[in-house]
Design a protein around this ligand. Sequence first.
Ligand code: FES
Ligand code: FE2
Length: 350
Amino acid sequence: MNHINEISAFPEGWYFVANRASILRENLIEKTWMGQEIIAWSDGEGHICVAEAYCPHLGSHLGPTVGGRVRDGCLVCPFHGFEFDRTGQCVATPNAPAPKAARLSVYRTREILGMVFAWWGVGGRAPQWDLPDDPPAGAEWSRLRSTKLRFRGHPQETTENSVDVEHLGYTHGYHDVAPTGTISIEGAYLRSCFDFTNVNRFAGLFNITSEVSAVTHVHGLGYSFVEIQEKTIGLDARLWVLPTPVDGTFVNLVLVSQLREIRKPGRFFAGLGFLPVRLRHRLINCFFLRQEKRYVMQDVTIWERKRYQPRPRLCRGDGPIGKYRRYCRQFYPKLQPEKPGTAEIESTRP
Ligand code: FES
Ligand SMILES: [Fe+2]
């Protein structure tokens, strides 16, 4: 296997596109992923559509910056006014019957707590696995909060973090990092767990020494979900780490956090007791996400300048990097082109 190609190609999987709320607010959004232009809109009946951004008629870009818009749930091309429904089918033109063959390529979508994901398959193939259901919700869970980063990187490298135990102490300054059990792999699902101790400064006021247990659920390289249990003050948090390749060089990484009401507020809230619970909750989620972003920025410094080592010279203290790399191979299937010279697969590989 050519590992250099492996890391430079796009791994197939489910990737974050946008939040439902922002698609509804803007009606139509455009973005670049996997080196391709895509658009997303809502059909007005609750379905989110993600499609290629070029019109099958004469090739206009369909994004809002060019004049694409949504009317009665259909996407309207800015060039000659062809209309497309949520399946991508052209259903009307201004002066002639809609040509049956005019159809936009649409991507399969899945939604988790309002986060919209779309499947990108090698050679355009259908989803090979599904994303998990929504995690249990309840009034005790805060609203989601998210932040975005864009840097030179690759989702295989960013996800490798969750099994790279050594860097947790060395790069991030965690203490007593200890894997709890071995990583488990089942198809596209990988689970890893570890405990650590960490010192955080809250709002510049006081330090909290936290004992933390983290369980990471990886469902392909575009979707990692981390369940975090902080034992000192009884804080349960959820963190989604969602890297989407922009092109062969840059990645958009969205971090999303959600917090459960603190079980043992005690001294921690001594100075915040005057705040209503919901506001306290929001404040702590904001603080939590800021801390997580700070840790990720430490990784970004490394990621942006690192080189992929196909044969890393590992030491005994490393996590199960080899196992993780073998898990990743399934995301770069080598499909046979249907006819010699049809290079749809090659075209995705820089
Ligand atoms: S290019 Fe879209 S309607 Fe003509
Ligand atoms: Fe890290």
